[in-house]
Design a protein around this ligand. Structure first.
Ligand code: SF4
Length: 339
């Protein structure tokens, strides 16, 4: 039976997969960091992690936690000093890396976490550990968890990350059969741009399809809000989140006389935060569009100047292309309020 507990007001291990990201502002700059935390929460983050690399960042935790709309996790490396200040200032979970922390430091942190009831993520990274294989990564993580248990604490989340997709998946597969603690899944240092998105999507998606993982982070260089958007898309692609607007589009061909790709991308952006199961088809011609898009709730069969609006496979109107977007958004509005 999977262990479950709360991080602030957010449950973990109870079956719901949460999504998280990490700020990249200086944590001690409370205004800047809060602005980014708010953006992440608005985008859908359940939890946000902040680095605690120095004392002033550790003291900033107090105001950040007080004003954050979501629970905050403190990222700790090396010594225990900043961790202890962050705990005393209200951090709701800690992430420690056993690869760069002494036993004495772990002992001090665990003692404080017990006192303040702060869950800990044991986040093992291949790069900063002596582990050479997925098996060794999983073993190192479980051994650290056992040491923490022996010190009297068991609100733990485990993670074993590498920058390699296959290695990460294998490590989590091993870990998942060795423990009943909730798992934080993702790649580390996956890179930037579409390569990083593909690597993370494959690793996280394949684990989720096997029922492995309780909270996810899509780790990307750059704006962390993108991490939340991609995390949501992964949950949707693997069928865990079914309450969303799915945009389907024809692949385009010689008959296409309508900006299919742009229209689909625009609709996807405009409906990202609509939490209702709606399927919209964007089809590139009038001849085949309605037939090929009949599975959708509604859609557009695009023409050069005028397009056909259809609902459940039936034509409902012919409209000038300049009026398509407002008409489609009206239908999104109508469907999103239907019971
Ligand atoms: S819907 Fe029309 S434009 Fe799109 S692929 Fe089919 S035939 Fe081509």
């Amino acid at each position: 039976m999977k262990k479950s507990f709360y991080i602030g007001k957010v449950p973990i291990g109870d079956g719901k997969i949460t999504i998280q990201s990490m700020t990249n502002t200086p944590t001690y700059d409370v205004n800047m960091t809060l602005a980014q935390i708010n953006k992440l929460a608005d985008a859908g983050a359940d939890l946000v992690r902040v680095s605690v690399p120095d004392e002033k960042s550790a003291f900033a935790v107090k105001e950040l936690v007080a004003k954050s709309p979501v629970p905050l996790i403190g990222d700790i490396h090396f010594g225990e000093k900043n961790a202890i200040i962050a705990i005393e200032n209200g951090i709701q979970k800690l992430r420690i890396n056993p690869g760069n922390m002494s036993n004495d430091a772990i002992r001090s942190i665990v003692k404080k976490c017990i006192e303040y009831e702060v869950p800990i993520r044991v986040g093992v990274n291949k790069g900063s550990s002596a582990a050479k294989s997925p098996e060794e990564l999983a073993k190192l993580c479980v051994d650290t968890a056992k040491r923490i248990e022996d010190l009297g604490w068991n609100k733990l989340v485990l993670a074993v990350k590498s920058s390699n997709t296959v290695e990460t998946v294998r490590a989590y597969e091993k870990l998942s059969v060795m423990t009943d603690y909730p798992l934080h899944i993702g790649l580390t240092e996956s890179g930037a741009g579409e390569n990083a998105v593909i690597k993370s999507s494959i690793a996280i998606g394949s684990l989720l399809l096997k029922g492995i993982g309780d909270t996810i982070r899509v780790s990307l260089a750059g704006d962390p809000v993108k991490e939340i958007i991609y995390a949501k898309k992964i949950l949707r692609a693997v069928g865990i989140d079914n309450e969303f607007v799915e945009i389907i589009a024809c692949p385009t061909c010689a008959r296409t006389c309508f900006p299919v790709e742009e229209t689909a991308a625009y609709l996807e952006k405009m409906t990202l935060n609509v939490h209702k199961r709606i399927k919209i088809a964007v089809m590139g011609c009038i001849v085949n569009g309605i037939g090929e898009g009949k599975d959708a709730d509604f859609g557009i069969a695009g023409g050069a100047d005028k397009s056909i609006l259809f609902e459940k496979g039936q034509q409902v109107a012919t409209i000038p292309n300049s009026e398509i977007m407002p008409q489609l958004m009206n239908l999104v509005e109508k469907y999103s309020h239907d019971e």
